[in-house]
Design a protein around this ligand. Sequence first.
Ligand code: SF4
Length: 340
Amino acid sequence: MRGLIRCAPVPPDEPIPVFLITASEGVHVGRLGRLRPQVGGDVLTGIHILLTLKCTSECDHCFLHCGPSREATFTIGQLRTLIRQIEELGTLNVVYFEGGEPFLFYPLLLEGVRMVRAAGFDVGIVTNGYWATSVEDGLHWLRPMRDLGVVDFSVSDDEFHRLDKNDRRAEFARQAAQQLGIPTATICIEPPSVSPQAAEGRRGKPVVGGSVLFRGRAAEKLTAGLPMRPREELTTCPHEDLLSPERVHVDAYGNVHLCQGLSMGNIWEKALFELVRGYDAQKHPIAGPLLRGGPIGLATEHGLAMNDSYVDECHLCYAARKLLLPRFPRYLAPIEAYGL
Ligand code: SF4
C-alpha cells in the first residue's frame, strides 16, 4: 500500500515535499515528489537515445548525416546520468536505443538496456541488423536482449540499408528476434518518386511519393529532379509537435532534439527535468517562428534570403536552419546534423 501526504503549500517551481508511505519500507520524509513536468500541454512519454552517430552505412535519407566517420557516442557514465534524469522526470513510459547503429557498441547497448529496465521503463531498439550474418548468429546477439525484456525490436530493411540485392542481414535479424519471441517491426523507407496522383488542395500537380522526409542528408542528396512548391505554401511544420512534444531524441553531446538538429537544450548543462519544465516553444528562436509561420515563417522572421521553391516543408526548414547555424549554435545542434 502506498500513500502520499502533501506537507504544506510550496511555490509551483519547487519540488513537493511529501511523506511516502510504503508497506514494505515504512515512512520516508523528504522531497520525494515533484510536479509532473509538462512540455506545453502534454507530458513527455518517450525518449530515443542516439547511442552513437557512428553507423555502418551512410544512407542518403539519414536525418543526422550518420556514418562510419562519426564519433559522438555515449559513455556508460553519461548513460547512467541520462537514465537518472529520465527517472527524475517521472513521466516516461518507453526508452528507445537507436543511432547511428547502436549495435556497433554492443556492451554499451546491453548495459544501457539493463539500466533502463532496472529503472522500470520499457525498452525498444532500432538497428539495421548488420550484425546478423545468419539467423543463428543473430540469436546469439539477441538472446541477452530478450532476457532483459526488450519490447520492440525494429529493423531498417530497405534499398537504402542493404549492401546489395542479396544482402539478407536485416531479414536474419528479424527472424532471430521472432524466434526469440521479441516483438518485431520493419522500418522500410521507399525511395522518393514523383506521382501524377492529385493531392488534397493541389489538384493536377505532381506529388512526391515514398516516405523519405527531406531533412538532413536527404535534403541534400534526394531532392534533385523532384517537383517543387512555392515557398509561400510552406507555412506549417507537418511532422513534429514543437509546442508539446511527447517524444524527443537525446544525443551524446546532451542535445535534446525536438526534430533532428533542432535542440530544446542540453542535458549536460541543465537536467532534463528543468529543460522540459522550462521549455517555452514560443520563445525558442527556431521552434517559435516555425510554430507561428512554418518554415517560411522561420526564414522571414530571421530575414533569410531563400530560393523561390522547395520540395516540401522540411526541405525549406533544413535550408533555413543551416543558414542560421552561426547565429544559434546552441539550438541548432549538433553540427553533424547539418553534414558538418
Ligand atoms: S518542418 Fe522543420 S521542424 Fe518540422 S518536421 Fe520538418 S524539418 Fe522538422
